[in-house]
Design a protein around this ligand. Sequence first.
Ligand code: DC
Length: 335
Amino acid sequence: MTVIRGATTIKEDTPEEIRAAVKELLGEIIDRNTIKKDEVMSIVLSSTSDIHSYYPAKAARETGFESCALFSAQEPDIVGGLALCIRVMIFVEKNISVRHVYLHGAQNLRKDITKVYSVAIDGPAGSGKSTIARILAKDRKILYLDTGAMYRACALKALQSNVDAADEAAVCDLLKTIELTVRHENGEQHTVLDGKDVSEEIRRPEVSMAASTISTHAYVRMKMVEKQQEIASKTSCVLDGRDIGTVVLPNADFKFFLTARPEVRARRRYDELKAKGYEVDLAALEKELALRDQQDSTRDVSPLKRAPDAVLVDTSDMTVDEVVAHIRSKIQEKI
Ligand code: DC
């Protein structure tokens, strides 16, 4: 079982404000924890003694929590306590990694968990970005956003539609009809293209080069960057990609640029693909990686480059644990 906490404040004690506040708070808790309404067993709500005009539990019932047990109580009048505050505690049957939600004035209650911060990890393919970003996000209990997966999904759409990834006009037309979303379940990103989970399919070797090509177009980048910025503005996360520290989040709280010698990166990709059962040729992979590096770092729009304030980490001769420890210590130094 999991217990999720949340709180919010209202400006005035009116039924409309209470209904809107409860709806917003419960909606955010459901979204940020990727749970469904019918997975909620019980919600306990409390409100400060300056709230009289409506039952928060009734408001919760009205937002669609029909089958769970609901209870609301009034808190004692504490001098210096936060005014007009509604608190909730949600009990969920399954075990998930919890994201508590504090909104509006209630953010002051838990500054430790409400400050939204971001970690940008950029670097070429095979530098270890995604492995490190995933571990780091799990470690800090924040979201991991794999931005490469989004370009890969666009590339997959082009491949499926027989559209040449290099043909900018055709790609732009195609992307107007694309339905691309990312959702997170137990820390794992699921990339959903036109309603289908394509998280595995986008790892196919032929998608990699097409993703690099499609990502050179300004319109594609604009659309993807918009989505990435929206996600990062709402919740703390680790993002990995090529332009995170330079374009997507130039004000990221922490920036890293990972690199490794080309032969090491090719070997890592080779091992990764082999483990997934793909027939790959190391020499061909080295060539493809060099081509992708060249294309990603010389394109006109947001090329792969190290932000001046990003910490450079050459992972060639480091283990995953060593890289994670190094990055952790750099974050700790700055916190
Ligand atoms: O990280 P990856 O190998 O999954 O990325 C696939 C391609 O997508 C990569 O070659 C370049 C592009 N990409 C990008 O241009 N910007 C990003 N932020 C992430 C990926």
